[in-house]
Design a protein around this ligand. Structure first.
Ligand SMILES: [Zn+2]
Length: 251
């Protein structure tokens, strides 16, 4: 199994070594700003089973200066940095800096295209603008993922047409997530990736505690139940999907 999206910041885990050992499989750790991007590169170098993605999350869009962009470009040459992410739009806490968010999102999509890397997208309360930008900038040219997908099945069809994959996490195990369950039932297994978004969004039955990559198995179990197939099939296909998309040479 591969947890295709987690955050392993030292501030969140005193026992990081143990958390990494707990995971029976690989992890793709996500950066959100300069500090976490640098930490991701270090983790990739220290642990065989860790790969990384780097980028500026919309919350930190205003920190994305020309200097940061150059640093990001140099980090993208690292062989274990497999994607640009997480990048996108987040209007949850207000729309004041919408224009900055959009500009930084577009700049990073263009970077990914320049370096031929997949992109991993964060979109919160901004699905229409996210779609417009992805369509306009031809996201179908490179592999891409809607991380922690939370919109409708109808929207999912549109993203699928742009050749995008869907990161499915702990939310799918929640009682009140019927919309996401419908997406999982309708989308082909070939378009799904497993993720935890640790330390957030802990799946049932551990909701309320701090999440960790090893919990990705509960997401696999729920997807198997929803699609009425075996957990082994889910694990095998989603691992294959992730290896292919991120060019991870483990299968
Ligand atoms: Zn994330």
């Amino acid at each position: 199994m591969i947890d295709t999206h987690c955050h392993l910041d030292i501030e969140d885990y005193e026992n990081l070594e143990e958390i990494i050992n707990n995971m029976d499989g690989h992890m793709i750790v996500s950066g959100v700003d300069r500090k976490s991007n640098e930490h991701v590169v270090k983790l990739c170098e220290k642990y065989e089973k860790i790969y990384g993605m780097i980028g500026f999350h919309p919350e930190f869009a205003n920190q994305f200066t020309e200097e940061e962009k150059q640093l990001l470009e140099s980090q993208l040459n690292h062989k274990k940095i497999v994607a640009v992410g997480e990048i996108g739009l987040d209007y949850h806490y207000g729309k004041e800096d919408m224009d900055v968010q959009k500009r930084v999102f577009i700049e990073q999509i263009l970077l990914a295209q320049k370096y031929n890397k997949p992109v991993v997208i964060h979109s919160r309360d901004a699905i229409a603008d996210t779609y417009d930008i992805l369509e306009k900038y031809h996201i179908e040219k490179i592999p891409s993922v809607m991380h922690c997908y939370s919109s409708s099945a109808e929207m999912a069809e549109k993203f699928l047409k742009l050749n995008m994959k869907f990161g499915i996490g702990g939310v799918v195990t929640f009682k009140n997530s019927e919309k996401l369950k419908e997406v999982v039932r309708k989308m082909p297994l070939e378009s799904l990736l497993l993720e935890t978004d640790s330390p957030y969004l802990t799946p049932e039955p551990f909701r309320g505690t701090k999440n960790e990559p090893a919990n990705v198995k509960y997401v696999a179990e729920k997807i198997a139940e929803l699609k009425q197939i075996t957990v082994e099939e889910v694990k095998k296909q989603t691992t294959e999907n992730a290896c292919k998309l991120f060019h991870i040479p483990i299968m």
